[in-house]
Design a protein around this ligand. Sequence first.
Ligand code: ATP
Length: 358
Amino acid sequence: MAYLTLKDINKIYPNGFHAVHDFNLEAEKGEFIVFVGPSGCGKSTTLRMIAGLEDISKGEFLINGEVANQWGPRQREVAMVFQSYALYPNMTVYDNLAFGLSLQGVDEDVIDERVQKTAKILGLTDYLDRMPRALSGGQRQRVAVGRSIIRKVGVFLMDEPLSNLDAKQRVTMRSEITQIHRETGATTIYVTHDQTEAMTMADRIVVMKDGYVQQIGTPRDVYFNPVNMFVAGFIGEPPMNFIRRKVEKGCIQVGEHSLDLSLKLGDKIAEYEGKEIIFGFRPEAIVLGDQENAYIISGTVELTEMLGDNANVYMDVDEDKSILKVTPHEIPAMDSYISFSIPVESVYLFDAETEKVI
Ligand code: ATP
């Protein structure tokens, strides 16, 4: 049985705004689930409903098979880490970690053991006597995470816990949180708008947009089998390229090349005759030059960005913008006219009307 079940969960705020629509999810015990999506898509609202900080307007929420809609946060046995981590400024790191347990009346010995263990997991052992103001942002964030993991809870809820850190600290904390999750084995729900965090940390990703779940799947699923243009464009960096064209005689014309879509769709392409279709491919899926069993496209190089281990090439393709990812040795000259190939299996076609993958 799933540990957390969300059945057709909806949130309608008192002002009438419908922030979350029919959210369904079954999270297994120990799973690391990431909610990802642009600002305002309802991630935090859903997390707060799971935490018991926000009423569920409609739908059923179960913990271990029991309906928990009316349970308070404590009864739900959840711990939450917020974006803005409020540490007690006048308490040492040790006391910040110990505070919640002291309130619960836990024995001093037990508290000490748990503080030491938590500090060890988070690399805070040398800082236990320090005040928060004498810590770096990353260290403070670790104390904030420590305060939630020190309690033995069934579920960790994390709302953009890394958003106040710089890029380097984020990468470090990302792997630390994954490590902590492995050690504690607690079911975790993690909210972020950063697709890289989602891809690197999640067992399963829930992609949201405008209050609706778009897709739930493993990082591989959402990357290789996106259900629609939104997921295809949101997951992956740089994002997937899209070219919109009208289908004529089973083909689309992109600059000098006529691309035969029956190679990808077979007879099904007939349904799209005379209609617009979206041709999608990832920047990293291309090979420079002309290849067999591939769609060949040509365009003009507008800008190149050397990133070290790879480079981005910004192209004008028949007045559409596309980005290609190449190795540093392949960077083409500015303003040159080049061809590249996309293996047929790496092309995604979307219905231009529904934006769903075909
Ligand atoms: P972000 O990444 O910016 O935190 P989010 O995906 O977490 O975004 P939510 O905070 O869940 O989004 O908000 C979802 C929508 O609900 C937004 O449009 C927001 O303006 C709206 N909203 C949030 N709280 C309330 C409220 N108390 N009353 C009315 N509308 C609200």
